[in-house]
Design a protein around this ligand. Structure first.
Ligand code: UGA
Length: 440
């Protein structure tokens, strides 16, 4: 099937920009990723990927070699002849306010307005509050006649650790577009996945912006719900794993995102739940359900530290606590809003000495956690510790030899905040094993 090649510019070579740019090149399009950071672009030109994402390195190299994917610091050079310019820059939470900081998106829009030539579609991929597309349109209209551009909202639904698969085989692609020319360019861009993925859903721009927040917040709500059900299970001697399975088999509920843990983290859920509450308050339609879940999730991380103390006989003062896993989830080196960033300092404040190991997160963790001793591998981390705490469910922790774990630990205490070990085996081996929501 013939692919109509589009010329695409990706502004922002961060996580979303790199994954999206690389996958679009792999679809057969010509893609230039642009970023202001010269050092980052220089490294990317040599094929060095600055983030950890399974499969990204290989895909990037292959598309670079084919000439479809390139990197530049010059937006002006890159946009020459481009059909679409994607904005994939960050929208961090504004300190103390909580709403999304739109500075980088609007800066990018102004820079784009300066340099685009023929008709160009400006696609917003960054997660932005409802109405941001209108603002970007105003910025462009201040410099350009209206028939020279179209502004489209095309939110991303990539999970870190599975981003390539998510981009290539999405459940759906959301395109918020207000005019036919914008729509036909987006159709050409996503045509290669039409057959082997979910539908492309065309909506208004504002609806597309809302879909992104509503989707993430719904998932965060599912996680928070099962976390609270887990706490209740502990009190009433029920097993949350059975409860998850039992409710998840109902199609209306669905089995995914029902694994209890130490609270959600990462670069999206914490930021997006907060941003939606602000947006709703400003729109005079406050969503109390979401306000509550933000609060519940914050408190949960602190509650996890107290749970660890209880499992250690009431206090961790003077104890050596081995922490397995620091990143907010496995298969990423991302430490943003990771529960470990609250749990570890709480334990330190209670007098614990923390020794930690993470397969990918140590580099980022060193800058964010002080007074922590970092081990080179899991067994070294466990050696002589008074208790082990699993915060992130990396596969290599599931695969640990539990006899060796017991032999390594000073005291056979395991607090498993991700339920990765079988209760019966742990108890048969003589561990004091504390997990989440399994009050059996
Ligand atoms: C999330 C969404 O899943 C993506 O669809 C979305 O595109 C992305 O945000 C984004 O807005 O860019 P991500 O942050 O990579 O992706 O991570 P998730 O896999 O969604 O996990 C988020 C948090 O929830 C993690 O801390 C994870 O440990 C936790 N979680 C998830 C649970 O505790 N239990 C679960 O059952 C599922």
């Amino acid at each position: 099937r013939k692919v109509l090649t589009m010329r695409i510019v990706m502004v922002g070579a961060g996580y979303v920009g790199l994954v999206s740019g690389t996958c679009l090149a792999d679809f057969g399009h010509e893609v230039v990723c642009v970023d202001k950071e010269e050092e980052k672009i220089a490294k990317l030109r040599l094929g060095a990927v600055p983030i950890y994402e399974p499969g990204l390195g290989e895909l990037l190299l292959a598309n670079q070699a084919s000439g479809r994917l390139s990197f530049s610091t010059s937006l002006k050079d890159a946009v020459e002849g481009a059909d679409a310019v994607f904005i994939a820059v960050g929208t961090p939470s504004l300190a103390e306010v909580g709403s999304a900081d739109m500075r980088y998106v609007y800066d990018a829009a102004r820079a784009i307005a300066e340099v685009i030539e023929g008709f160009t579609v400006v696609v917003i991929k960054s997660t932005v509050p409802v109405g941001s597309g209108d603002e970007v349109e105003k910025i462009l209209a201040a410099r350009l006649p209206k028939d020279r551009f179209a502004v489209v909202s095309n939110p991303e639904f990539l999970r870190e650790g599975a981003a390539i698969e998510d981009f290539k085989h999405p459940d759906r692609v959301i395109v918020g577009v207000e005019d036919d020319r914008g729509r036909s360019v987006m159709h050409a861009i996503y045509r290669p996945i039409e057959r082997n993925a979910g539908p492309i859903l065309y909506t208004t721009r504002r609806s597309a912006e809302m879909i992104k927040y509503a989707a993430n917040v719904f998932l965060a709500m599912k996680v928070t719900f099962i976390n609270e059900i887990a706490d209740l299970c502990e009190q009433v001697d029920a097993d949350v794993l059975d409860v998850s399975r039992g409710i998840g088999l109902d199609d209306r509920i669905g089995a995914k995102f029902l694994n209890p843990g130490p609270g959600f983290g990462g670069s999206c859920f914490p930021k997006d739940t907060l941003a939606l509450t602000k947006l709703a308050i400003e729109a005079k339609a406050p969503i109390r359900l979401v306000e509550t879940l933000v609060d519940v999730n914050e408190k949960r991380k602190i509650a996890m530290a107290r749970k660890i103390e209880r499992a250690c006989g009431g206090s961790v003062a003077g104890k050596r606590i081995a922490v397995l896993g620091l990143t907010y989830k496995p298969k990423t080196d991302d430490m943003r809003d990771a529960p470990s960033l609250v749990i570890v300092p709480e334990l330190q404040a209670a007098g614990a000495h923390i020794v930690a190991y993470d397969p990918e997160g140590v580099k980022a963790a060193r800058a964010l956690l002080s007074g922590v001793e970092f081990a080179d591998n899991a067994y070294a981390c466990l050696a002589g510790a008074d208790a082990a705490v699993v915060i992130t469910e990396w596969d290599e922790f599931r695969a640990l030899d539990l006899q060796k774990v017991k032999a390594a630990l000073g005291k056979p205490v395991v607090i498993d905040l991700r339920n990765i070990y079988p209760i019966k085996t742990m108890r048969a081996l003589g561990f004091r094993y504390v997990c989440v929501g399994r009050g059996l």
